[in-house]
Design a binder for this molecule. Sequence first.
Ligand code: HEM
Length: 126
Amino acid sequence: SAPQNFYAEVGGHPVFHRIVARFYEQVAEDEILRPLYPEEDLGPAEDRLRMFLEQYWGGPRTYSDQRGHPRLRMRHMPFKVGPIERDAWLRCMKVAVDEADLDDPHREQLWHYLQYAAASMVNSDF
Ligand code: HEM
């Protein structure tokens, strides 16, 4: 799991907020990803992803207080996540992470995790 001081080291809530908001700006314009999201308002999905990442990296445990055990692979089963969706997700996330101005070690650590996590969410061969 993640080092518990990562959240504070990179700057806490404002940094996670900025990364995930930027990610969802991309999702809103992405013709592969946008149709997967059932709700018209992406705001609640943005909140859930941000809260999850904040918790994973040692921040507040609000995600689990509100949503329970993450069970992320199971929660993604209603959506077809194949290699194309995985790559689109990572493409959007790369922009957000690169724009966050983290120092190299933190950026690489975060990016390594996100690539691994995205691969583990794939539930379709096509
Ligand atoms: C939820 C797509 C990868 C974390 C969702 C939702 C969609 C989606 C459509 C439902 C929106 C909502 O109601 O929240 C995808 C796709 C991925 C991907 C196409 C491509 C690989 C990831 C990764 C993470 C993640 C890598 C974590 C690092 C979450 C979380 C939720 C969520 C925390 C909300 C779960 C809940 O509490 O209900 N995702 N996702 N997703 N995703 Fe992903």
